[in-house]
Design a binder for this molecule. Structure first.
Ligand SMILES: [Zn+2]
Length: 309
């Protein structure tokens, strides 16, 4: 089963919040709440309103976990800090380093603004929920976490897993007793309405495949994707992983075959970007084409192919 419309209770006391495009996952236990993902700045007030409607006050929200340092997963942090005064922000050391770089955060601000506008155009946000640029061009992290660490909230205990490939700093979280798995973008960008994956191995194809295989083996019952859907039910989760892996491998093989057949990387990236853009217009064609150029690069690198100039 797919859960696609936040706010939605995934299972007891575990919620999909925010918007479908940029959800966060909230677990609450008595008077403590932890959020996985930080979404974009314009969605942060939506999350606070949804939590208030559930009876979770600002004081109860004590931790937000940054899964990786990409703008659509971190720009909500400064706003969440204002809304939830007791908040501790957690991320991997690599993500913390990126988020301390002014140039990076300044670029993230531009993306954050574009995303807020796109969410309004799509009708996912009202005009009142605008992008809120941070006061300073850095996003502070209070606690760094890595493989082997645990994030606890009340009685829940989430194991921190390093799952690189989408980015170097990507983390996943597993609550084994409850069968919950939060993987952020490790399985690519899944579009439920097209039942289609845009593979997202921007940092490494091989590492991304390894991460996906490792996550699939956990046998989770609930799989939280950080865009568009939560997959619920062990069989559905297993089927999702099998198909995501196969979609990722096919994409890679296609890239390799096209380049070996003589297509230029640039032409291929433009073609692949246009295919994604035809399915989702949350960002511009140029954004998708630039990101597809990274996929082409990673695929060729994985095969040891150097393109003729
Ligand atoms: Zn990402």
């Amino acid at each position: 089963m797919l859960i696609k419309s936040p706010p939605a209770e995934i299972t007891r006391d575990f919620w999909m919040l925010g918007t479908a495009e940029y959800p966060v996952f909230g677990y609450r236990d008595a008077d403590e709440c932890v959020l996985f993902e930080a979404s974009v700045s314009a969605v942060a007030p939506v999350i606070a309103r949804q939590l208030a409607a559930l009876g979770v006050g600002p004081e109860a929200v004590q931790q937000v976990i940054v899964t990786h340092a990409h703008p659509d997963h971190v720009m909500g942090v400064p706003v969440l800090r204002k809304l939830f005064p007791r908040l501790t922000v957690l991320a991997s050391p690599v993500a913390a380093k990126t988020l301390g770089v002014e140039k990076a955060v300044a670029f993230f601000c531009k993306v954050d603004q574009a995303l807020a506008a796109a969410l309004q155009t799509a009708g996912s946000l009202s005009g009142a929920d605008q992008a809120q640029p941070p006061a300073e061009m850095r996003i502070g992290i209070d606690r760094t976490i890595q493989e082997g660490d645990t994030v606890t909230a009340g009685e829940a205990s989430f194991a921190v897993l390093e799952t690189p490939g989408h980015s170097e700093c990507s983390l996943s979280f597993h609550e084994p007793r409850r069968g919950w798995l939060i993987v952020s973008d490790a399985t690519g960008y899944y579009l439920p309405e097209h039942d289609w994956w845009w593979p997202n191995y921007f940092a490494s194809y091989g590492a991304n495949l390894d991460s996906m295989r490792r996550l699939a083996e956990l046998g989770a019952e609930v799989l939280c994707l950080s865009h568009n859907a939560v997959v619920s039910g062990a069989e559905h989760v297993a089927a999702y992983f099998a198909r995501a892996l196969s979609a990722t491998e096919s994409y890679h093989h296609r890239i390799v075959a096209e380049v070996r057949g003589g297509k230029s990387s640039r032409a291929l990236a433009e073609e692949l970007g246009a295919e994604v853009y035809a399915k989702t217009q949350l960002l511009g064609l140029d954004f998708f084409q630039k990101n597809c150029a990274l996929l082409v690069k990673q695929s060729l690198q994985h095969e040891g192919i150097t393109e003729q100039a």
